[in-house]
Design a protein around this ligand. Structure first.
Ligand SMILES: Cc1cc2nc3c(=O)[nH]c(=O)nc-3n(C[C@H](O)[C@H](O)[C@H](O)COP(=O)(O)OP(=O)(O)OC[C@H]3O[C@@H](n4cnc5c(N)ncnc54)[C@H](O)[C@@H]3O)c2cc1C
Ligand SMILES: NC(=O)c1ccc[n+]([C@@H]2O[C@H](COP(=O)([O-])OP(=O)(O)OC[C@H]3O[C@@H](n4cnc5c(N)ncnc54)[C@H](OP(=O)(O)O)[C@@H]3O)[C@@H](O)[C@H]2O)c1
Ligand SMILES: Cc1cc2nc3c(=O)[nH]c(=O)nc-3n(C[C@H](O)[C@H](O)[C@H](O)COP(=O)(O)O)c2cc1C
Length: 610
């Protein structure tokens, strides 16, 4: 650390002489990689503390402006994107000497709302137009009778979403509407970002900054404290410098099919080496995976469009061949409204044009087509650059981590279902799942990052019982949970509900569960093999059958976890839980819902659904 930096650290929020001595004793022995890791770790540590207790990164700014004159950046994020943007925005405001507080919506004290003068809310949408877990309470509060009048508040909302969904950026729309209804004034109009959100969010951020600059900018630079630079904020700052934008190049150790030869599913156990990366994760976290599209599909697409594969194109200032661009940088296995609109103009086909006007019809059309299906159906002539410009950037896929680092150390394990289906007379595969299970060879390189998920965590006390509901690939995080509870020698009871089509073909990790049971780690396993009999049996049927005992566990303080399909399973499991609480807790349907809401608020009912 430079002496200049040390000299600047003379303010009240800087380190004491003793702390300096301790830091100086440690830092000379660290390698550059370790220093990098430590900076991310410390930044992450700071993020995990209550924002109210955190020193401002730039205290001079807060001192110079009057105490109420700061901007509160509220973020509500499920899979890390809004959080990373909010962190980036905080850094931008710090650099501009604009006092700002960064607060996760989950930690926000609603009583504070009436004292705020400036708020920006950066929030994503999940489920079917639902608020991310961390934003639920604030979202509900703003719609409640308790919400105060906010005539003194200026605000702006940035929404993150995906235009393929029916309720695009719904949570941001709700926040924007509610704040305005409560009397607050928009600094800048809400911006709804699609999956390619970098440019739109940057523009919005700059506009808000320009608006608040004069009012909030600190008057004096005299006490600026040069905190150690922690680099660009990352999605997983608590553990590593690697992030979605700066992924780690890992290598595939193993990809083993764990469904039987006659299974209707191809599910793989995937092991990836994180050797020497310093990456750390916790049970409940997900792994983000950047993948490559199938070169055969890309070649076919280029042939259909009569585009020479070697034609050079430019993406964000980089020049590369159109073939490489389509393999590495563009989303081809999903289709989306922005592509349909641009392609429709080119094709000028009445049928396609009519479809583009019909939102629901277009969603259904796109939901069952990949880009190549649309090109086959409506042939056009275009050039390489136009094609690349019509397509949206690739987005990494997330996979719930199926291992505990206390058990597997520098590895990370996943449970990946290959998405494959026939449609429009052709075989189709999902981009990332086919890359992980089919195209990537053992030893091959893959770019990954850890996506922290504090909304899916084992109880703090290892004595607390847990109930885990994870059909299909939903089993993944529970393998991590059980590895962790075993290493911890946790005294708390564990109950697993698992389901899949057939016992003989689809009992994922069967021998591991058997060993956990034998060793007394797993106390109960309830299985629902849906296709082994005429009538479907699902995990919620098993829950209902054992409702009395499930309720007893809940009353004993058990945590309840659900992982896997969001569209059907998680909703049906919730309905079963309501029924159980009603029946065995002698409550009305409304009281049972309130019971579950209280569990959710106490973090005792957690979901990792997709
Ligand atoms: C937090 C989180 C955790 C996750 N954990 C896991 C996990 O542990 N394991 C796991 O396997 N997945 C998991 N997923 C899902 C995973 O991220 C990917 O979405 C999944 O692997 C599919 O990605 P893909 O790139 O292979 O498919 P894509 O290229 O994204 O293609 C999927 C698209 O194919 C289309 N499609 C799929 N089936 C059909 C069909 N039958 N007919 C017509 N169209 C169809 C749909 O439009 C769908 O959107 C998780 C997701 C999230 C958000
Ligand atoms: N976003 C994506 O692109 C994507 C990609 C892959 C997976 N997913 C999601 O991830 C989920 C997990 O996939 P998976 O293949 O591992 O498992 P899955 O499809 O969820 O199937 C697991 C088990 O759950 C059963 N099931 C079906 N409907 C159910 C319901 N309403 N309630 C409870 N159980 C139900 C299935 O039975 P039957 O099959 O016999 O009915 C099967 O026995 C998928 O359902 C899907 O929603 C999403
Ligand atoms: C399971 C799931 C459901 C989603 N539902 C919606 C939705 O209803 N509307 C929408 O606009 N976006 C939806 N999205 C897209 C997310 O909002 C988008 O990926 C966003 O960038 C996530 O930001 P976050 O990481 O901060 O949560 C969904 C994403 C997932 C994984």
């Amino acid at each position: 650390m430079s002496s200049n930096t040390q000299k600047n650290l003379g303010s009240t929020t800087a380190l004491s002489d003793t702390q300096w001595a301790q830091l100086n004793q440690l830092t000379p022995s660290l390698t550059p990689a370790q220093l990098g890791w430590l900076s991310g770790y410390l930044a992450g540590l700071a993020q995990t503390q209550s924002p109210e207790n955190l020193p401002m990164v730039n205290p001079s700014a807060s001192e110079a402006a009057s105490p109420e004159k700061f901007i509160t950046i509220l973020y509500g994020s499920q899979t890390g994107n809004a959080k990373a943007l909010a962190q980036g925005y905080k850094a931008k405001l710090d650099a501009a000497d604009i006092p700002a507080k960064l607060v996760n919506m989950a930690d926000y004290k609603v009583k504070q709302l009436k004292n705020e003068t400036h708020i920006v809310a950066i929030v994503s949408t999940h489920g079917e137009g639902d608020a991310p877990d961390d934003a639920v309470e604030l979202h509900d509060f703003l719609s409640s009778k308790k919400a105060p009048k906010l005539a003194n508040l200026s605000f702006s909302v940035l929404g993150l979403g995906d235009s393929s969904y029916e309720f695009f950026c719904q949570t941001a729309k709700d926040f924007d509407k509610k704040l305005a209804e409560l009397g607050a004034t928009r600094l800048v109009d809400r911006v709804d970002c699609d999956v390619d959100y970098d440019e739109a969010s940057d523009t919005w951020a700059q506009q808000v900054l320009d608006k608040v600059q004069d009012e909030l900018k600190a008057k004096s630079h005299s006490h600026v404290v040069a905190m150690p630079h922690v680099g660009k904020p990352t999605l997983s700052v608590a553990t590593t410098q690697y992030s979605k934008k700066n992924p780690y190049t890992a290598s595939l150790l193993e990809s083993q099919k764990i469904t039987g030869r006659d299974s209707v599913k191809d599910i793989r156990h995937v092991e990836i080496s994180l050797e020497d990366s310093g990456i750390q994760y916790r049970p409940g976290d997900a792994l983000g995976v950047w993948f490559k599209n199938d070169p055969n599909m890309v070649d076919e697409l280029l042939t259909l469009l009569a585009i020479d594969a070697t034609t050079q194109v430019t993406i964000s200032g980089d020049t590369l061949s159109v073939r490489d661009a389509l393999i590495e940088k563009r989303e081809l296995t999903q289709s989306y409204p922005s592509f349909a609109t641009a392609y429709g103009q080119l094709a000028n086909n009445p049928e396609l044009n009519a479809l583009i006007e019909d939102k629901a019809g277009l969603r259904a059309f796109l939901g069952e087509r990949q880009i190549i299906d649309i090109v086959r159906q409506y042939p056009v002539k275009t050039n390489a650059q136009s094609l690349v410009d019509m397509l949206r950037g690739m987005t990494p896929r997330l996979y719930s981590i199926a291992s505990s680092q206390d058990e597997v150390e520098e590895e990370v394990h996943l449970t990946v279902a290959l998405v494959e289906y026939d449609a429009h007379g052709q075989a189709h595969q999902g981009g990332a799942s086919s890359y992980l299970t089919k195209r990537l060879e053992e030893g091959g390189e893959i770019q990954v990052f850890v996506e922290k998920n504090d909304n899916f965590r084992l109880p703090e006390s290892s004595d607390t019982p847990v109930i885990m509901v994870g059909p299909g690939t939903g089993i993944a995080p529970f393998r991590a949970f059980m590895q962790q509870r075993e290493v911890q020698e946790a005294a708390g009871k564990n109950w697993l509900f698992f389901g899949n089509p057939n016992f003989t073909q689809d009992f994922l990790y069967q021998t591991e569960w058997q060993r956990f049971v034998k060793d007394g780690v797993l106390n109960k396993v309830s299985l629902a093999f849906s296709r082994d009999q005429e009538d479907k049996i699902y995990v919620q049927h098993r829950l209902l059958e054992q409702g009395a005992e499930v309720f007893e566990w809940l009353e004993q303080g058990a945590y309840f976890y659900v992982c896997g399909d969001a569209n059907h399973m998680a909703k049906d499991v919730h309905a079963a839980l309501v029924e159980i609480v009603q029946k065995h807790g002698a409550k009305s349907a409304q009281a049972a819902e309130e019971y579950l809401t209280a569990l959710r608020r106490a973090k005792r009912y957690q979901k990792d659904v997709y």
